[in-house]
Structures are given as structure tokens and as C-alpha cells.
Design a protein around this ligand. Structure first.
Ligand code: PEP
Length: 278
């Protein structure tokens, strides 16, 4: 019940843990042509078969460059592989005079299930605003694609505002463009941790993931907040994945560099082995 007479913040019941399927997502960035992409996905599929990976225990998605999507889609369909396909970006527009853009409808035709929106390399390298990120998320959702909304603070943000303020503001801005019932994934990626080899500690990442989930309660209600997956990204490797996956509010990882090394990515996907062993 809301306390209207005092300034004391309402103490809410903790959310139940929920039943979220972990998601391990590989963002290849601008690497691998379509032939190299086919070779990597084949090798990954064989590797996962060898270790008898159970996809109901951890979903695995790959996010190749646009030019590889058709080849990877064809391979996944022909060999009935259980990997899911993601795109690294999507246009906020439906169609028309937007040279260089790729629409969500085009991606949906290629069985793309997820689209990254707001990756820090787009926010910073291409000056994408919170508004643009929200419009991209909306365009993806409208075409039946699940937006993976990337949020994260720079090193300066961290010093000035703490870890959670900027990610929460970015998520709030993006969600303002999405219908209440839209499915989405949140990827918390501190900018200072991406590609730097300096990952957040599991405790730091959990603190922000928990703050994001608490904020989702306000924006979307408890049931959705329990169901939505929050991933951590930023210098994830097989040596540190277990620590992240032990955290109650972290439901997977968005992985850049390490997703290009099949053996390493396979070990990361097998995080359960390390989690239960550790
Ligand atoms: C990313 O590109 O989203 C990422 C987290 O990169 P890396 O794993 O290389 O830090």
C-alpha cells in the first residue's frame, strides 16, 4: 500500500525469483564475412552437440553482421539447429528513402528473433539518442522481433552519478516507445567494460541488474518484471561467466570478442558446469 503521509519510501516485497531461461548471446560486431560466418556456426553447432548442450537450460543466440544473416538463417533452417538469430541494429523506419538502413520487416523475413538497440558502439559512434533507440525498439517489436535494449554508463557517468542512474534513465526512455505488453530483453553493459578486458565484478553487475528490475516493476508491474531477462555484457569470458550467472538478477550475457572464438564461446555457454562446480 502506498504511504501518502510521510516521505519514507515504500518497502516492497522482494520479487519471486521467476523462471527465466538464461540467454547467452554472441555479438560478432563487424567481423566475419558470410563464408566465415557459416564456418563458425557449423563449428559451434558441432561443439554444442559434442557437449550435449541442452537448449532448454540456456538459449544461445548469434548476432552476425547484416550481410551474413541470410547465409546463417539458411544453415540454421537446413540443419535444424536450435541457435537463434539476432541482428546488431535495425532501422527506426518502416521503409522508404533511408539509404543504408535495414528494416525490421526485412529482418523478420530472415527469421531474426532479436535486434540489438542502443549498443554503446551505436550510441557513441553513431550519436544515437535515447529517442532513436526507443524508436528502433518500437520498429522491431512491430515486426515481431524482440528488441534487446542495451544500456550502460561510461566511466565518467559512474564517477558522477553512480552505476545505476544512467542505465535506468536509458531504459525508461526506450520503454516510453514500447507498448506495455511488448516483449524485450535488457542488456546491461557498462561502457567502460566493453572490449576493455576489465569486466564489472559480479556484485557490481548484480546491483545494477537488481535496480533495473526494481525499476521495471514500476514501469511494467511485478509479473513482467519477474519475466523479463536482464543480461550482463562487458568482457565476459569463460573464467568469469559463472560469477555473473550465480547472481539472482542476471539471466545471461551479451558477449562480444569471446563469441568469435568457438571453443571459448562454447565454454561460456556451458556456464552451468562452472556454476554448480563453483
Ligand atoms: C559487446 O560488444 O556487447 C561486448 C560486451 O563486447 P566484449 O564482450 O568484447 O566486451
Amino acid at each position: 500500500m502506498t504511504n501518502q503521509n510521510t516521505e519514507v519510501p515504500e518497502i516492497r516485497e522482494p520479487l519471486p525469483q521467476g523462471n527465466r531461461t538464461p540467454l547467452i548471446a554472441g555479438n560478432w560486431k563487424m567481423n566475419l564475412d558470410h563464408l566465415q560466418a557459416i564456418a563458425l556456426v557449423q563449428k559451434l553447432a558441432w561443439g554444442l552437440k559434442d557437449v550435449r548442450h541442452d537448449f532448454s537450460e540456456a538459449e544461445v543466440a548469434v548476432f552476425p553482421p547484416f550481410t551474413d544473416l541470410r547465409s546463417v538463417q539458411t544453415l540454421l533452417a537446413a540443419d535444424k539447429l536450435s541457435l537463434t538469430l539476432g541482428a546488431q541494429d535495425v532501422s527506426p523506419h518502416e521503409s522508404g528513402a533511408y539509404t543504408g538502413d535495414i528494416s525490421a520487416a526485412m529482418l523478420a523475413k530472415l527469421d531474426v528473433r532479436y535486434a540489438l538497440v542502443g549498443h554503446s558502439e551505436r550510441r557513441h559512434g553513431h550519436s544515437e539518442s535515447d529517442d532513436t533507440v526507443g524508436l528502433k525498439a518500437r520498429a522491431a517489436h512491430a515486426a515481431g522481433i524482440v528488441p534487446m535494449i542495451c544500456v550502460g554508463e561510461t566511466a565518467e557517468d559512474l564517477e558522477q552519478h553512480g552505476a545505476a542512474a544512467i542505465p535506468i534513465a536509458q531504459l525508461t526512455a526506450a520503454l516510453a516507445h514500447l507498448p506495455q505488453d511488448a516483449e524485450f530483453v535488457v542488456a546491461y553493459e557498462p561502457v567502460w567494460a566493453i572490449g576493455s578486458g576489465q569486466a564489472a565484478t559480479p556484485e557490481q553487475a548484480e546491483e545494477v541488474a537488481r535496480a533495473l528490475r526494481e525499476h521495471l516493476r514500476e514501469l511494467r508491474g511485478d509479473d513482467r518484471a519477474v519475466a523479463i531477462r536482464v543480461l550482463y555484457g562487458g568482457s565476459v569470458a569463460s573464467q568469469n561467466i559463472a560469477g555473473f550467472m550465480r547472481q539472482p538478477n542476471i539471466d545471461g550475457a551479451l558477449i562480444g570478442g569471446a563469441s568469435l572464438k568457438v571453443d571459448e564461446f562454447t565454454r561460456i555457454i556451458q556456464f552451468k558446469k562452472h556454476v554448480t562446480a563453483g
